[in-house]
Design a protein around this ligand. Structure first.
Ligand SMILES: Nc1ncnc2c1ncn2[C@@H]1O[C@H](COP(=O)(O)OP(=O)(O)OP(=O)(O)O)[C@@H](O)[C@H]1O
Length: 447
């Protein structure tokens, strides 16, 4: 096979790939490995929680944050031992009286979901069997995940909850549960049809708030839900990314909010080792993908594609070659999506190929590799930094290390990758595709 680097150098229109190729990924290899579990590499959590530079660092215990005994029992049964930096900062502000709005930002996988759940559970009057908290998430998969955490963490409280996602609710049956977690469209629908009374709602949470507020339909539905709620519910907006234009909107939505924000350079967690590989054609890109799987033993991984048909096509070809993979995207029936997600969570299959639909929030600790088969560009063909960060954030969660690889097959993808590097101020290391023996060495110790 011809040298892909030579070909791609000309296809990339003169940008200096050769120079980039000298950048060794080896120096990024994490050396402080202490534990391996199903192929996922951990640096000892206790060490990270004692390191002031880690997003998991905290000086306080959960007891010191003012949580109830039943919630502490739930936390320790999970088992969580200490809060993350974000949990330590956010929880006292969130559960303080009188309630104050919050706009909170923290890296992927640093425990925002637990923060949402503990805040909602603290705000409830558990003696009142009426809806008191609503949490909105942009996808059904994420809503399912949040309700699972709520039920697990709140199991000693007796909390009742309802999942409000399409095709799951019995039409017109009233909802009496104390917490309702769902997608904005379905929650809007149940309020409109008076299935859900908002009279006693005290708190409204928008998880992945930037996605919600930036999307015309999700944003409108979120605003409509807020307007329906009488009085001044506590408004909580969370995300790993809150770009400036959305932050302004968020400030209008949740006025007077306490804010926890991150500098851009701190957004991408160090736990995720970022790489790229240059491919000379579409076919070479597919071969490179297969070579990665033939070569590396990966516990679980996600491949992100831009288009649903690419996702299906790669899955079809990989299955033909004997790989155990599935494709999941938005045109599938909800039942099928739920079944696939459940199978992946339980490790029944190891590789999930998908679109942006699962880019945000999904927490599957065994995912040690994320491949950007395509990068995501917006409708003006501008690289979408936020979606890159959320995609790679599916790995390297809460103290685990993870690897992300971008497959570059065009000048557009190359430019996008370079802009990502500049935007987050973090090098993405080159892994050559012409010497697979060497490729193996790049990933030794990190996957
Ligand atoms: N204090 C803690 N101790 C131990 N594990 C924790 C703690 N808090 C959260 N976790 C675990 O860390 C993982 C990531 O948490 P979570 O999904 O809440 O992250 P997130 O910040 O919401 O990420 P994203 O931005 O991707 O939505 C989960 O598996 C969760 O169970």
């Amino acid at each position: 096979m011809s040298n892909p680097m030579e070909n791609i150098t000309s296809r990339l229109g003169g940008c200096n790939v050769a120079e980039a190729s000298q950048t060794s990924g080896k120096k990024l290899v994490l050396r402080q490995l202490t534990r391996r579990e199903e192929g996922v590499v951990h640096v000892r959590l206790a060490d990270q929680q004692a390191d002031p530079n880690s997003p998991l660092y905290s000086v306080k215990s959960f007891e010191e944050l003012g949580l109830s005994r039943k919630l502490l029992m739930g936390l320790y049964a999970m088992p969580y031992t200490k809060p993350s930096k974000f949990q330590e900062r956010a929880l006292p502000l969130l559960i303080n009286d009188p309630p104050k709005n919050m706009i909170g930002q923290s890296q992927s996988g640093t425990g925002k979901t637990a923060t949402i759940v503990l805040t909602m559970l603290t705000r409830l009057n558990l003696g009142l069997e009426a809806p008191q908290a609503i949490c909105l998430a942009p996808s059904r998969e994420l809503a399912c995940q949040i309700i699972d955490v709520l039920q697990e963490m709140g199991k000693f409280t007796g909390v009742t909850s309802t999942l409000a996602i399409r095709e799951l609710l019995v039409r017109d049956a009233p909802i009496y549960s104390q917490v309702v977690i769902g997608t904005p469209g379905t929650v809007c629908g149940v309020i409109r049809r008076k299935q859900l009374s908002v009279e006693a709602i005290k708190i409204l949470v928008l998880d992945e708030a930037d996605e919600m507020l930036d999307s015309a339909s999700l944003g409108d539905q979120g605003i409509r839900i807020k307007r329906c709620i009488p009085g001044n519910p506590q408004l909580v907006l969370f995300s790993a990314t809150l770009p400036e234009h959305v932050r302004n909107f968020a400030n209008q939505f949740a006025s007077g909010a306490n804010e926890i924000s991150l500098r851009r350079e701190d957004l991408s967690a160090n736990a995720i080792k970022q790489f790229y590989m240059v491919c000379e054609s579409d076919e070479h890109k597919y071969e490179t993908l297969c070579n990665i799987y033939n070569l590396l033993t990966v516990s679980q991984s996600i491949i992100f594609c831009e288009r649903r048909d690419t996702s299906d096509e790669i899955a079809r070809r990989m299955i033909e070659q004997g790989h155990l993979v599935k494709s999941l995207h938005g045109t599938m029936l909800p039942d099928e999506r739920d079944r696939l997600m459940d199978g992946f969570r339980r490790g029944i299959f190891k590789v999930l190929i998908s679109t942006n639909v699962i880019a945000r929030g999904i927490d599957i600790p065994q995912v040690s590799l994320v491949i950007n088969y395509d990068l995501h560009f917006d409708k003006f063909h501008i690289i979408d930094f936020e979606s890159y960060l959320h995609r790679i954030g599916r790995t390297g969660r809460f103290g685990r290390t993870g690897v992300s690889i971008i497959l570059i097959d065009s000048k557009k993808a190359w430019d996008g990758m370079k802009r990502i590097e500049r935007h987050f101020g973090k090098e993405i290391a080159h892994v050559p595709t012409d010497d697979w023996q060497n490729v193996e060495n790049f990933f030794k110790g990190v996957i």
